[in-house]
Write a protein that binds this ligand. Structure first.
Ligand SMILES: Cc1cc2nc3c(=O)[nH]c(=O)nc-3n(C[C@H](O)[C@H](O)[C@H](O)COP(=O)(O)OP(=O)(O)OC[C@H]3O[C@@H](n4cnc5c(N)ncnc54)[C@H](O)[C@@H]3O)c2cc1C
Length: 539
């Protein structure tokens, strides 16, 4: 071993940086080892074409925990998050459109164009969602109880259960609905208009390789509303300078507390001595000794590639072989000579509908077909596309008068059927996505100057996301809370003493939240405390 650290973090994604920050703030000597040339993982800004920069993977912010923002001084360092004036614009199949957001009264007025009953149902729907989202918010920075962990864990479970028990029967019913029902069954219980159901149902398939008819898909919808922007609950916003601004300021906060960040330093192996972690070996051959190793990489990568099978029980290794990863996401960045001119709302000058999430996915049936087609053929002729036009809010990202588009597309098979390879088919899928937008904005295809393509395989290779899973693993009930990544290890501790998980593959899951990094650091520090040393069975 060439050097010794108190803690080594495998991966400099935002959660790795958050974990490093909290450990260093308590005086630990911490080194972050990042495989790529930049920190930030899936939260980075890149010049994808000369003069055109964009958030190349994640592209919109809401879930980032206010406590993490405050502790790392992100606003003080320059972070600015601009709220979307309205949340979404959906061009529809019949030549109409629906706009979502901008306040309750306005959304109700919009819904009235589709259904008086849906407009009337909206306040109660928002209240129901908000009631459950509040419970989620409360749990985000809490450590899930570990079944079989003894009295302490029982008390923890009781403490966390109190909030749920105190929520009252209607909220408990809503919670049960959201956790187990399909998005369609859940939304059918509230609304009658297909357009309204599509507007809300889209959140259920974001990063979720599933149909809105899949049981449990309603939870993914909920996962996308537990955040906030500048104190406004449920809102989504744009990080000025792109998502990379967030992680650049996080890295700055880390370095202020002495964290050493090594780029182009891929870890090849987690080193284990007996039943305890000993450190890591880099692909360069360098070995670094550490009492604590925290993995920011997802569980599928950690346990299938970086930990030797001999260092896990066969039962645990089998579970990790079966950990579900593959979100069915295809992501493009496009440089544009002009803004898309929508048939339903003509105009190339920045208008409200350019500044929000533009969703091409007009009904739940469309979403269901996108998934079933993807399972059969790899993707659908009518794919789900969300487009964001960051330059409509932030002109720092492209040359004057030019624009960029983020295209977030769902239901592209993580692995193509019949042995086909994404390397052969990524261009064809990209063409289809451009054509899909062009159907609604006829000038779009002609305005494309350059495009950057990320098929599921590209996401895996570039960002280390196994199966291209943007959440580090499916957000299904069997992989949530105490069971993320697997029951018995939902408390950030791996089955090897001194090895921890601090990425999106742990509670509360995917998204730019900072929560897993924060929570893992708390557990690492707890284990190093006097009480921790006395009472913890593992670590
Ligand atoms: C295409 C896409 C769109 C998304 N859109 C949004 C969005 O709009 N809003 C939102 O909130 N969330 C979004 N997400 C989800 C969110 O970005 C991720 O869930 C989150 O960034 C995960 O953060 P993390 O720090 O846990 O892991 P990651 O960001 O995945 O970081 C892990 C780090 O580990 C590094 N690494 C991998 N292997 C090694 C190794 N062997 N050695 C050393 N380092 C290694 C990687 O390079 C990476 O930097 C999106 C994700 C993707 C991919």
């Amino acid at each position: 071993m060439t050097t010794r650290q108190d803690a080594v973090i495998i991966g400099g994604g935002h959660n790795g940086l958050v974990c490093a920050f909290y450990l260093a703030r308590k005086g630990l000597k911490v080194r972050v080892l990042e495989r790529r040339k930049v920190v930030g993982g899936a939260a980075v800004t890149d010049e994808f074409h000369p003069g055109f920069r964009n958030s190349v993977a994640s592209y919109t912010v809401s879930l980032l925990q206010p406590r993490v923002i405050a502790d790392m001084g992100l606003y003080k360092r320059g972070l600015r998050i601009v709220e979307r004036p309205i949340s979404n614009f959906l061009p529809l199949e019949d030549g109409g459109y629906l706009k979502l957001g901008g306040g309750l009264d306005r959304t109700q007025a919009e819904f009235r164009r589709f259904s008086q009953a849906d407009a009337e149902a909206l306040p109660a729907y928002y209240d129901a969602l908000e009631g459950v989202a509040d419970v989620l918010r409360d749990l985000a920075l809490k450590i899930p109880p570990n079944p079989g962990g003894g009295l302490l864990e029982l008390l923890k479970a009781a403490g966390q259960g109190r909030k749920i028990a105190g929520a009252g029967l209607p909220a408990q019913r809503d919670m049960l609905d959201l956790f187990v029902k399909s998005a369609r069954t859940f939304l059918d219980g509230w609304f009658e208009s297909e357009a309204v159901k599509a507007a809300f149902g889209f959140d259920a398939v974001v990063g979720n390789y599933a149909s809105p008819d899949t049981p449990g898909s309603a939870y993914v919808l909920l996962h996308h509303v537990f955040g906030e922007v500048n104190g406004k609950k449920g809102a989504w916003g744009h990080s000025v300078g792109g998502m990379g601004a967030i992680t650049r300021y996080m890295a700055e906060a880390c370095e202020e507390f002495g964290v050493e960040i090594s780029l182009e330093a891929p870890v090849a192996k987690v080193l284990v001595d007996g039943k305890r972690v000993a450190g890591v070996r880099l692909e360069s051959g360098e070995e670094i000794a550490a009492d604590v190793v925290a993995a920011n990489v997802g569980p599928a990568l950690l346990y299938r590639q970086l930990v030797d099978r001999a260092d896990m029980t066969p039962e645990f290794a089998r579970r990790m072989d079966n950990f579900k990863a593959g979100s069915g996401t295809f992501r493009m960045n496009v440089a544009l000579s002009e803004l898309p001119d929508f048939t339903v709302l003509p105009g190339k000058e920045v208008a409200e509908h350019h500044t929000c999430g533009i969703i091409i996915s007009p009904t739940l049936d469309y979403m269901d077909k996108a998934f079933t087609d993807a399972k059969a053929k790899g993707w659908s002729d009518e794919p789900i596309v969300e487009m964001k036009l960051p330059t409509s809010i932030d002109d720092s990202l492209a040359p004057p008068g030019m624009h960029i588009a983020s295209l977030f597309c769902q239901q592209f098979a993580p692995v193509l059927p019949d042995g086909r390879s994404w390397d052969d088919e990524r261009e064809a899928a990209a063409d289809l996505i451009i054509d899909t937008v062009t159907k609604h904005a006829p000038n779009f295809k002609g305005a494309v100057i350059a495009r950057q393509i990320h098929s599921p395989l590209d996401l895996e290779r570039k960002f280390g996301l196994i199966g291209g899973d943007i959440m580090h693993g499916a957000m299904s009930l069997d992989q949530l809370w105490s069971a993320r990544p697997v029951l018995g290890h939902g408390d950030y501790r791996a089955p090897i003493s001194g090895l921890y998980m601090c990425g999106a593959g742990t509670h509360p899951g995917g998204g730019v939240t900072g929560a897993p990094g924060h929570n893992a650091a708390n557990e690492i520090l707890a284990d190093r405390s006097v009480l921790g040393r006395l009472f913890r069975k593992r670590a």
